[in-house]
Structures are given as C-alpha cells and as structure tokens.
Ligand binder design. Structure first.
Ligand SMILES: [Zn+2]
Length: 153
C-alpha cells in the first residue's frame, strides 16, 4: 500500500522510463503492484499504452482499471543484447521479451519479460500470468507461465 505519490516522486521512482501525463497513472499503479489499463467509460474499450482519448470513440472519459493480468504470449523475442537493466544479464543467455495479449480486454497487449521459465520455452501461445519483480527498487510487472488445465489451483 503506497499513498498517492506526487509527480516528482513518481519520476524519481522510475528514472528509466519516460513518464507522461497520459502514462503516470500506469506507473502509480505499479507502486501498488497493480496493472492499470485504460478503459473507456463511453464504449468500454480497453487500450494500452495509455492515450489521452479512446482510440475507438475519441472519448476522453477514461478510467485506469486494474486487470488480472492473465494472457497468452502473442509475440516473443529472445534478445541477445539490449539496454542494460539490473535483472538482465545477456552473458547468461538471451533475454526473453514478450507481448502478452491480455485475457478479456479485446486484444490489449502488454510488453514485458517472462520469468521462472527457460528462455527456449518462451514461445507464442504460452499461457502466462502477471507477477512482479523489483527493478531499480520499484515494482516492475513481468509474466510467468501459468497452468491451464483444470481451471483452478
Ligand atoms: Zn471509447
């Protein structure tokens, strides 16, 4: 539980991302380990990354809505080099980068990485769920494989 932080503090907590007026609620959510996806109040369409208006009906009545974060890998890349991050060590092998199509959000995709899984198993169609790691001392949303059979734990 973190209280609402002001813009300056928010920028301080996420020095490695560019925070804009349209995306700051997204990163405020991260501090509470919540993935917030913009939902249009007028046509109920979700979109991501955050835009100032709904891409479907141009309404500016948007509500950042917490989502469960279950989905399926839509696109997978295995990076052999890239920008440095504390949890990424390219010398230990390729780093998986994925776009996950989130369940029930009409095709919204969220890009991140997959943990708890050998990189060669990170392929298109892999069912995943949201989890959180720390990056530069702040929560960072990532995915891990999820069981698909039985529909329950
Ligand atoms: Zn709309």
């Amino acid at each position: 539980m973190s209280e609402q932080v002001d813009d300056a503090t928010l920028i301080e907590r996420f020095p490695w991302v560019q925070i804009t007026h349209d995306s700051k609620h997204l990163f405020r959510g991260w501090l509470d380990q919540k993935l917030l996806i913009n939902c249009c109040d007028d046509c109920s369409t979700f979109h991501h990354p955050p835009k100032p208006v709904c891409p479907d009906c141009w309404s500016s009545n948007l509500t950042p809505t917490e989502v469960e974060g279950k989905g399926v890998v839509f696109l997978a890349m295995h990076l052999h080099q890239g920008s440095p991050a504390p949890d990424v060590d390219y010398s230990k092998g390729p780093h998986p980068v994925v776009a996950v199509e989130l369940e029930g959000l009409g095709g919204v995709r969220f890009s991140s990485t997959v943990i708890d899984c050998p990189v060669e198993d990170v392929v298109i169609g892999l069912p995943v769920e949201l989890t959180w790691i720390e990056r530069y001392g702040a929560p960072f949303p990532v995915f891990r494989p999820r069981p698909t059979d039985g529909g329950g734990e």
